[in-house]
Design a protein around this ligand. Sequence first.
Ligand code: COA
Length: 258
Amino acid sequence: MADTYQTITLSVDNAGVAQIEINRPKKLNALNNQVLDELNQAIERVETNSDIKGVLLTGAGEKAFVAGADISELAELDGAGGKSASGKGQAVFDRIESLNIPVIAVVDGYALGGGAELAMAAHIRVASPEAVIGLPEVSLGLIPGYGGTQRLPALVGKAKAYEMILTGQPVKADEALSAGLVNKVTEEPVEAAHSLFKAILKNGPLAVSKAIRAIRIAGSSDGFEKEASLFGELCETDDFKEGTSAFMEKRKADFTGK
Ligand code: COA
């Protein structure tokens, strides 16, 4: 990877899983403009590199995934600046959710404000028992602006989302798990995320990518129609022929992604 970053790191392992780590541990990985720009650049890298099969999002240091948007930058915003800053964060996070490969966030420590919103833009969240997840923006006189008012209700339902956003109070790992905000809580969240990638990446890659597309629009008016179209497209693929033949021949499928 030719890019150099100051506030994130990007590496790719042998399985093709790219790890993007937010790397400002002294500021608990708070998302300033530079982090958002570099995150956007890294996502572009991922989009254009077909060897990358999945993305792992992590935060550097012991204490936080990401403790929010950088409050020192937020403090300077006026109306127009605020709208545009919110639009910028939303665009980067939408780009993450729109990736056609699986994205898993590991929440170890604080995921507050923009950090919770970043984790919610991932397709799957794995937490450590130390995870503390919340949207405390109202305590700053704001509302979540990087998609939190939309993604939190989709994950936990409106009632819990009202409670969390209006009180601003975070939830700990066990409550996040029971609310459906995280998929798993474990002492070894990075290993658990890699196990999930292993389970996902043995499946037909085209099917995985179309499943992501379909689930992303769940609840929208054309969701069922889109599901049928994507299902039909998959029926034309080599992977579909290989997957069904392998089942009938009682052997492991060897998918080519075609
Ligand atoms: N923006 C900017 N800086 C932040 C930050 C944020 N969202 N969150 C933490 N930091 C900085 C602190 O200012 C501090 O910097 P300093 O050492 O230069 O003073 C450093 O990170 C460490 O944070 P600190 O508050 O000393 O750690 P803590 O363990 O006492 O508390 C938190 C941890 C997460 C409870 C606390 O940092 C916090 O409440 N952060 C803001 C959370 C928030 O409101 N996020 C939503 C923003 S929209």
